[in-house]
Design a protein around this ligand. Structure first.
Ligand SMILES: C[S@@+](CC[C@H](N)C(=O)[O-])C[C@H]1O[C@@H](n2cnc3c(N)ncnc32)[C@H](O)[C@@H]1O
Length: 217
């Protein structure tokens, strides 16, 4: 498959693993105006986060998002990252160590629904990349009953103009339920308090990622 065909697949959401992390690859899509929802979210983080910021990765997984956040906050900032699986914490620790940024993060083996118990200062951004640990047996996936309190906590921790990014993968039952409920929860937020943007390719495969950007007013 050529690079262009690959890119078209990515743009249509036809990713090989429906729970793959946000892409951080260099720009392979020069010339394409419409970009994958996940790419746009990654791009939004780059615009929002500055050195010295405090941010949250609500779903550590293999650490790709945590690494990106560590790079963006620099030496003077901090990332609090959460996951319920030891394997995710170990994989993330290894990735951050390899890239020399481990000191910029606290890796919590803790459900994100408990984030407010350990993060008390306001944060510039919070990232949710929902689903299961890529490369795992898919038995542990995020679920709406814990995603809801986590989202509520993240929104209340955001500083003014801070942004929360949520990527949902509706290609499996729990993801489908999450998408329906997240859309309904976020639609009900008061526009005086939050602006909410939903991004997806509407002619893509049914299981393609849907990303939400929520900015606190
Ligand atoms: C799609 S992966 C995240 C990918 C990750 N951001 C990356 O860059 O590799 C979703 C992760 O959410 C984790 N997870 C499931 N339930 C959770 C919970 N209640 N709190 C925090 N993480 C959870 C899973 O263990 C899995 O590692």
């Amino acid at each position: 498959m050529t690079d262009v065909e690959n890119m078209k697949d990515l743009m249509n959401g036809a990713v090989p693993d429906a729970a793959a992390p946000v892409e951080h690859t260099p720009d392979r899509a020069a010339g394409y105006v419409l970009r994958s929802a996940r790419f746009l979210c990654a791009e939004a983080l780059e615009k929002i986060i500055s050195p010295g910021d405090r941010v949250i990765d609500a779903t550590m997984g293999n650490g790709h998002d945590t690494l990106k956040l560590c790079e963006l906050v620099g030496n003077s900032g901090h990332v609090d990252a959460f996951d319920v699986q030891e394997q995710a914490v170990e994989n993330t620790r290894a990735l951050l160590t390899e890239n020399g940024v481990l000191s910029r993060a606290t890796l919590h083996l803790l459900g994100h629904q408990h984030m407010a118990e350990v993060v008390t200062a306001p944060v510039r951004a919070a990232v949710f990349n929902l689903g299961w640990l890529p490369g795992s047996d898919k038995s542990v996936t995020t679920r709406w009953d814990t995603t809801l309190p986590a989202l509520q906590a993240a929104l209340s921790l955001l500083e003014k103009l801070g942004v929360c990014i949520v990527c949902v993968y509706p290609g499996h039952a729990a993801g489908e339920e999450e998408l329906k409920n997240i859309r309904s929860f976020l639609s009900a937020l008061k526009p005086r308090e939050f602006n909410v943007l939903e991004q997806a390719f509407i002619n893509a495969n049914a299981g393609s990622p849907v990303c939400f950007q929520i900015q606190k007013q």
